[in-house]
Ligand binder design. Structure first.
Ligand code: MTE
Ligand code: MO
Length: 522
């Protein structure tokens, strides 16, 4: 084969390897964070490090297209480096891989100097390195084999020419297939990453309205402040997350609207601006997942800001016979909530826009979600909500009720032991046994603790924020040496006791049983 052609093929191999590397990095960034993708990070890095006069010149030259210009320049540099890596790898292996490694090192530097970056942010770039390096190595080897197998001069018999041609076509097919598949994956992932980045910026620019009804402050005695005990307010970062969304939906506030439809006199539509202009209330509500095992962590308490759903329903005027509201999220997930719960003026069922003083985090439903005190999330807490359809339980099923879960999902009175942790070794003496208990919208009346199946002993309850939230509790235990089993149970304000029937699992409407931990005391 002529050396010119070989050089071109080798350069192509370099470009294909770069496409693979970038595509894999973008795909992995979907799982890590959109801004952890190396191309994006290098772009931001360049913006951060270029001297102001270059920035000014770029803006003067390209105006608002300055970002596009930057990406074009980056693209040209990447292609040039990729061609170089391909050619060098073909002629002087492993120096092509060394070029790749050097480029990756720069990308890593860019990624890890981003303000929000953590160590895990290196994963997309490293995955890209691995995939790109492997592609470069293997495809270059194939190129060598093809060259060795093709006749020096095309004057041999028909056999050789045929063989040469088949190899050429095979090589080309392989290269195009690899590049094409990667490009599809990479561009798709980049688009998703870009939309998440855009929505993140939109979220950061949101100013939440001042609440018309401010939540009374957290009472002084609500937080016992014991090490290991769940804080009475769960922070947004640590808040449990449950949903069916592989990729968090990106919903821009300008595009968002909520429609109230179905069995109503007036269908209504509310935009983001209209919603924010309505008088909002602030309320503490403990959210809870029906899939939480006894002692599990799928429960959290936050201060929500939102607009009461009963007000919107009053405007829509549900028709007689309706008994359910089917809420739908932008990605098609649904929940069926009893209409009377949402119409209840004494219950803070809201369309929430704020969580602990911030706009909802993307993964918790930005820009708008439902929060309903007293019901499990699967029948009430629709994130990224876009429609409330007034209907009947007889006529409609929701996402989880189609999969064997109960139509109604009132939370079950429960308690959890946070300290001491199961399996801990502790020293004899006075040891706090502490945890949280919840019976949303009913309130907790008391928590009792027992050791080794002995008598039930009353724990001290912290001050509850409200009946809609969990409450901390503590029992000062005089721990004696030996192996001990500790249990806790709660009673709610309606007199209902937490069920000890641990044969009842999470399906179809929530697990029962007393949380039990074992400790060894010495
Ligand atoms: N759009 C949407 N909303 C959803 C879900 C979902 O899968 N999709 N899961 C629900 C369930 S089962 C629970 S327990 C809560 C969890 O809310 P969180 O992730 O903010 O804690 O969201 C609810 N809202
Ligand atoms: Mo859930």
């Amino acid at each position: 084969m002529n050396p010119r052609a070989i050089t071109l093929w080798a350069a192509l191999v370099g470009v294909v390897s770069a496409v693979v590397a970038l595509a894999v990095a973008e795909a992995v960034a979907l799982l890590v964070a959109p801004s952890s993708a190396p191309l994006f990070a290098v772009g931001s890095f360049v913006i951060d490090i270029v001297p102001p006069w270059v920035k000014d010149a770029a803006i003067a030259l390209f105006g608002t297209a300055d970002k596009v210009a930057l990406l074009v320049v980056l693209g040209v540099v990447v292609i040039a480096l990729a061609c170089a890596a391909g050619i060098v790898e073909y002629r002087r292996p492993p120096w092509g891989k060394v070029i790749l490694l050097a480029v990756i090192a720069v990308a890593l530097l860019a990624v890890l100097t981003r303000a929000e970056s953590t160590a895990i942010w290196s994963a997309p770039t490293l995955a890209g390195l691995l995939a790109g390096g492997l592609t470069l190595h293997r495809v270059t080897r194939r190129l060598h084999r093809w060259e060795e197998s093709s006749p020096e001069l095309p004057l041999g018999g028909p056999d050789e020419t045929t063989r040469g041609r088949i190899d050429r076509r095979g090589f080309l097919t392989m290269v195009v297939a690899v590049a094409g598949a990667s490009a599809v994956v990479g561009i798709g992932a980049r688009m998703v990453n870009a939309s998440v980045t855009a929505v993140t910026a939109i979220r950061e620019a949101v100013t939440l309205p001042k609440p018309a009804v401010v939540a009374p402050g957290v009472p002084a005695g609500a937080e016992l402040g014991l090490p290991g005990l769940s804080p009475v307010i769960s922070d947004n970062e640590g808040f449990y997350r449950i949903d069916t969304a592989i990729q968090v939906p990106s919903v821009e506030t300008a595009d968002w609207k909520l429609r109230i439809t179905g069995m109503v006199e007036n269908e209504i539509e509310v935009t983001w601006d209209e919603l924010l202009a309505l008088p909002m209330i602030e309320t503490y509500v403990t959210l809870m997942c029906v899939s939480n095992e006894v002692g599990g962590t799928l429960v959290g308490n936050a201060k929500w800001l939102g607009y009461p759903i009963h007000n919107l329903l009053a405007r829509a005027k549900p028709l007689a016979g309706a008994d359910m509201v089917l809420s739908t999220s932008i990605d098609g997930w649904t929940a069926g909530t009893p209409l009377e719960v949402l119409q209840d003026q004494d219950r803070d069922s809201i369309l929430a826009v704020g969580m602990n003083g911030e706009p909802l985090p993307l993964e918790h439903g930005f820009p708008v979600r439902m929060v309903v005190p007293g019901l499990y999330g699967y029948v009430s807490a629709t994130k990224w909500v876009t429609e409330l359809r007034v209907t009947r339980f007889d006529d409609e099923n929701a996402y989880w009720t189609n999969r064997g879960w109960s139509a109604l999902g009132p939370v079950k009175t429960s308690s959890r032991i946070d300290v001491p942790r199961d399996g801990r070794r502790i020293t004899a003496g006075t040891v706090p046994i502490a945890g949280v208990a919840w019976a949303q919208h009913t309130g907790i009346d008391g928590v009792e603790v027992r050791v080794d199946g002995g008598p039930w002993l009353a724990a001290k309850l912290a001050t509850a924020i409200s009946a809609d939230t969990w409450v901390q509790w503590v029992y000062e235990w005089d721990a004696t040496p030996g192996q001990h089993e500790i249990q806790a149970r709660a009673t709610d304000s309606s007199g209902g006791a937490q069920s000890g029937d641990d044969s009842i699992g999470v399906v179809p409407n929530g697990a029962e049983g007393w949380h039990t931990v074992s400790v060894s005391v010495s």
